[in-house]
Design a protein around this ligand. Structure first.
Ligand SMILES: [Zn+2]
Length: 305
């Protein structure tokens, strides 16, 4: 059962571009996914063409989720990842070509919008989300709204968990991204002398059978993540901490071996539900809300009173 499409959702993942029509109930139609290169002009042109193909009288807006530091208020990409869109004028170029308003934001903010609307954080207003993939992203919602600060709040991959630890892309050392991302898990596996092709599911299964070495690798991976979660619980007292991204479900299972050690930090931790669709769904819903198309509040997961 699909609702009427409200917006076009665009999610620029690491090397993948996902696009779909998004209805108010979060359902997707006309979805596509393709690999992209690193040329920002080519990526913007491809997004423009896909949006032109999906434009109709029912569609009121376009939402674009981008990894990294994005100023969603001023609609500017501030830093580049696999594709560097920071000087691509992506918002203006897509708006001018397609004739619809464009909302742009960090991909984790978009994913949290989706999880609060139709996923694991429905009916929650105060939520912290870590997205665990190649790196670690994050998003925070308080009072039903994404927290932005002056621009880029929610870069939770850069919470320090190990002073003097491994160097991080941000220029510091010991950020949780350097200990608990997918990249870091690969390093823990190598350092433990396990085969490089070892999957996280293999580790979880072996650890559950009592394999101490695999259990230790998992603890090296999610122990620092537990510290980062505790820090966020101390800082903002959320109702729920969500773990999303490609490794969010596995991290959630592995965290059972690293429980909160003090009652101060016993906040529920859950796995995100929307998987790879979260970014597209959230981008579409956020854009429709920014355009005033769904009549609903900005982000709130709770139904209107
Ligand atoms: Zn960092």
């Amino acid at each position: 059962m699909h609702g009427t499409p409200l917006a076009i959702g665009v999610d620029i993942g690491g090397t993948n571009l996902r696009v779909a029509l998004v209805a108010g109930d979060g359902s997707l139609t006309a979805r596509s996914s393709e690999r992209i290169g690193t040329d920002p002009d080519a990526v913007v042109a491809r997004i423009r063409d896909l949006c032109l193909g999906l434009r109709s009288s029912a569609v009121t807006a376009i939402g674009i989720g981008v990894p990294g530091r994005v100023d969603g208020i001023r609609r500017t990409v501030l830093s580049g990842g696999y594709v560097d869109l920071s000087s691509s004028r992506i918002v203006e170029r897509v708006e001018d070509a397609v004739g619809l308003p464009v909302a742009i934001d960090n991909d984790c903010n978009m994913a949290l919008v989706a999880e609060m609307a139709v996923g694991a954080a429905r009916n929650r207003d105060d939520v912290v989300m870590f997205t665990i993939g190649t790196g670690i992203g994050g998003a925070v919602a308080l009072g039903g709204r994404i927290v932005r600060g002056t621009a880029t709040a929610g870069q939770l991959g850069h919470l320090t968990v190990s002073q003097g630890g491994e160097p991080c892309n941000c220029g510091r050392r010991g950020c949780v991204e350097t200990t608990s991302s997918g990249t870091a898990l690969g390093r823990h596996v190598r350092e433990a002398g396990l085969p490089p092709e070892t999957r996280v599911e293999d580790l979880i299964q072996a650890a559950s059978r009592g394999d101490a070495r695999c259990g230790e690798v998992l603890l090296r991976w999610v122990g620092p993540l537990r510290s980062a979660i505790d820090s966020m619980v101390a800082a903002v007292s959320p109702e729920l901490v969500l773990l999303g991204g490609g490794l969010g479900g596995a991290a959630h299972r592995a965290l059972a071996g690293a429980p909160a050690v003090s009652p101060w930090y016993r906040c529920p931790v859950g796995a995100a539900q929307l998987g790879d669709d979260a970014g597209v769904i959230g981008s579409g819903l956020a854009a429709a809300r920014a355009a005033g198309a769904d009549g609903g509040p900005a982000v709130s997961g709770k139904p209107a009173p």
